[in-house]
Write a protein that binds this ligand. Sequence first.
Ligand code: ADP
Length: 746
Amino acid sequence: MQEKGINSTFKKLIYESSEMVFLADDTFPYPIFYSNRSFEEQIGASLPDRSLVGLGLDSSSFIFKEEINLSYRGNDYDFSLDLPQDSSTNYFLFHKGKKIRSQSLPTKKEFQQFLMESPDAQLILKPDGEIFLCNKEALKLFGYTENGELNHLSELEKLFDDPHQWGNWIDAAIGEPLTHRFTSTLISEFGEQLALEIVTKQLIVDDIQYVILSFKNISEKINLERELKDSSSFLMNLTEQVPGGLYQLLLDNEGKMSFSFLSKGIAQVVGLKPEELADFTDISMLLSRVHPMDLPQVIMSSIASARKVEPWQCQFRVKSDLNFDEYRWILGAARPQVLSNGNMVWYGYLTDISRQKEFEAKLDESRKAAEKANQIKSDFLSMISHELRTPLNAISGSVYSLLQDGPLAHQRPELDTINYAVDNLIIMINDLLDFQKIEAGKLAIESTPFHLSSLCNQIIKGLSSHARESKNRLDVTLSKGLDITVYGDKTRLSQVLNNLITNALKFTIEGEVNVKIELRRSSDGKAKVYFEVKDNGIGIAKEHQERIFNNFDQVRPTFSPKYGGTGLGLSITRKLLNLMGGEIGLQSELNEGSRFFFELEFDIAEMKLNNHARPTEYSNQSSPLHFLMAEDNNVNALVLGKILNKWGFTFERVLNGVEAVNAVKQTNFDCILMDIQMPEMNGFEATLEIKKISEVPIIALSAAAKTEIKDRIEECDFDGFIAKPIDASELQKIIREVIFEKNQSA
Ligand code: ADP
């Protein structure tokens, strides 16, 4: 020290100073050769390398400045630097040393830098509005370049919708040392409007008052808020405007059910005053209004919905006014959702469907009325048809017997005409009855064995005279393999073929009608058979081809005088075929002809039908067959009697079941013709009695279709059945069958 020319007084002085002082050599690395107590306390004690470089001096630093910053162990120190005047000395004097900050705190300059770079637009002003500092974001916000200058807040006036507002910002900040918030609209140089939030606060530094202003663009936030407000008010509006009401129902872990939301509409649906809605939370409040009859359904369906987490839907009645027994119909529907806490919520709606229900009830009433009217019509139709059958039966039978009696030559054509007309009437009535039965779903298709080719031949044969009369040729082509017995409904099949062939003959003038029946396939005990009826008659225009299968539809007006008919034939044909598992097809050209065709599948029966003896054999027997005829109706008895006599049979007539049983006890009959409907004792009861005492074959006679009384017929063990009006050839066949079979088995 001495050699550096520092005297002891000076040393002592600086040693005691509260500021840090030290002396260092003027040559690199500038060793420290003296330091005072303050320096030692703050730095020196921990300084291993006692030099300026050891103290953090950057080797490239220029140290000939009046002030120097040194960084050591995370702290910054500020020293004043002197070069003593004495020319002989060659050392530096560092004095007025003080710690300026810990390194974790920024410097003033850095603070300024932060402010400049802050993402928020900020200004620091004097209370008179003079701008002390304006950061980059603020410049940008107000449309200035980075180097632009903003000196006074009043310069911004033109940018704001309220130009004088800035005074308020300052006044507020100065008036009260709190944060103050303002909003304002800034119109940018491009005419864009920005919503700004301005936050102001007073700042006092070294007793000098400043104001900090910070600007935030809140346009997006405002837009978002507006959108949110718009959409929630839209939703609110929607909930209130939809018919009925919306609700949210909560089922908590304790099993309590309560409404967590009810739209205003609910009040109206449930019959509450709007102000009562707020308290209408417990589900029991709603349940107490539900009609007692509907309550179980409401509860059960709700439980099911909760258990299975399935949508709920229910129609129920709710009391519209607690004081009156007046109910309105409500439709409720909701979808459940399980919440993460195990609770369940339903989002649903309730809507008033009283008017709809009223309408439904009326509709139901009129439907029932219509059904009843239809039933009355059907009953009437079938009653009339049945009633008509009896006199027709009489006419038909009488004509038959007159014709058999050998009428005078001039009488024959007239009798033929009557015969033809009656036949037609019978067909029509049968059509009507069938139609009624099909409509009522009462027509059952039978499955009994019959011989296919025999049946077809029989049908054609039955129509041959009709063909002759209509001056048409009727040909039939049967393919190989039809000599089989199949299970099916021969009556209905005959009806279909009869109808198609009579139509063909009816609508063909001096032409040809070809019937083709082909075995298409025969396997697995089943036979697929194709049927076709083709004519070269008047044909059917394309536009009418579907229509003719409709009920009562004819191409020509109903009951066309030229062709006759009811327009029911094809409709019945199609329905019968459908019931038998077939589908009618049609191909036709106007003026060229028509081809109706269908396919049916039959089960093949093992059993082959016996070749029956010819009916004449009976009449040729040495002693004629003797019949018991149990028939209360005189006309029917007359007709039946004439037919029996014609065949050379003899008969005895009784008027009821009791007489029939008695007659059997006294006389040996070959066969009994038993009417079902008779006074005293009906045909069923009489037959049951007779079967106990005799083995004589009994044939049931009834105006009801066999299918209707089938069960009873089987129960009473009738040997045969014949429908009224009696078809003579059918009767002959049945008689042949029952007597032949009896003889065979005997
Ligand atoms: P309808 O009792 O009048 O014969 P259908 O239902 O059997 O009733 O027939 C309906 C209509 O179809 C007939 O009126 C006729 O116009 C037409 N039609 C039926 N078959 C033929 C056919 N083979 N040729 C021409 N037209 C036919």
